[in-house]
Design a protein around this ligand. Sequence first.
Ligand code: NAD
Length: 477
Amino acid sequence: MTHSYPDLALHIGGEWLTGDNRQVFQVIDPATEAPLAALPLASPADLDGALDAARDAFHIWSRTPAPDRAAILHKAAALMRERADFMAYVMTREEGKPLMESRREVLFSADTLDWYAEEGRRAYGRVIPSRMAGHRQIVVREPVGPVAAFTPWNFPVLTPVRKIGGALAAGCSCVLKPAEETPGSALEILRCLVDAGLPPGVLNIVFGVPAEVSEQLIRSPIIRKVSFTGSTAVGRQIAALAAMGPKPTSMELGGHAPVLVFEDADIKSVAAQSMRKFGNSGQSCISPTRFHIHRSLHSAFISTLAASVERLKLGNGLDADTGMGPMANPRRVATMEALINDAVAQGARLVTGGRRGPSPGFYWQPTILADVPLSARIMNEEPFGPVIIANAFDDQADAIAEANRLPVGLAAYAFTADNGRAIALGEQLESGMVGINTYNISVEETPFGGVKDSGYGSEGGSESLESYLTTKFVSQM
Ligand code: NAD
């Protein structure tokens, strides 16, 4: 079946809005650099409309019984599965990742929506024994209010679903501003929810100049909770704005994940698993990046990994034999070029890759750098791209100190056959998520979030629903 990229619109109070002299943003196909579609941008009046719609819908949705809300979310999840091929096509056209990865993301997102639907039925309160006869002390959990959510371009279905799922399951309405570079994916999620029966105004989607949109939404007294995924720099600005409310925030920010490979690890298995680095062209906040390999395995590990990396086929994500697609935008390619050139100039060894890929398209070759000095920018700034840094270590304490050296702490990984060491690593790695002998750290029922400059709050697990609830105490004689 052939698909075509959909028309784009704002969605406010149940209406699809285009035209009317609104400014537009041109969405680009990263695989070809060809224009895909024009995206209308919200005016300040549009944003006020979205806020009013979210306020009005909150009164209805927050009073809708949780099982009824769950039924709509389950139906939307079923529609996402039915439409997975089309949604994957939209995602690949606007973001670049191979179709198979896009499809997997859509299916994972459908499971996430199902999980939230069920979790929303469990917003339990409690009764605290009273000091007096005939008196009740009741604790109830209530939806916090209309939510403003901001999502980036790298997982354009999953990240919005994580926020929308938690908010809607808890009984909150939402104004979502997805990345302007990947609008179609978010609008397709919305279409599933609308077709599943979501009342108008419960989910509004707007696009615009990011700093202007976030300022207007977050300053509005209608918004009671802010959720952001993106860079630490922007996260700081959003959190500062929200603090004026004050409004609770969830911040899922950048990382720079270390991977410790100890002398007792099975290097073939670790190298094979580490190819997941190149999923989404490395543009993931939990992507394994700073490898520290015990010196006894260092060169064997690098040559095993390099053999697989050199077989990875770079190409358009729509082609069935593509192993890695383009990067999502030209900013990422420019950053890769700057960081890798700087590392090489400072003495790093380029094992493979390290150059732009075919043109047109925002391609960067899958890259391995070895023996990178700590002074190189790439050892200190998240590259957010398809590069593995492969350095050697001699001593466990030094390796852990190096893993913990940066101010970020989102994901950390380690591979060892020693159970005692595994326990010590689980305790000592300063990170919101730790994978030991596995890179699988993200499923819908487990918390997903960082520590230190990687932010706070969770995008998965029961912790996530909690962040959309508030606590009320009722003392009743
Ligand atoms: P960026 O920080 O400008 O944008 C990241 C996202 O935040 C985009 O979706 C953008 O629309 C949005 N944004 C930017 N300014 C905003 C504002 N004032 N209010 C609301 N939203 C705003 O940078 P970028 O060039 O897109 O990406 C650069 C870096 O951001 C990456 O290198 C990476 O470190 C980080 N990033 C992290 C994630 C993540 O999953 N945590 C996702 C995307 C980007």
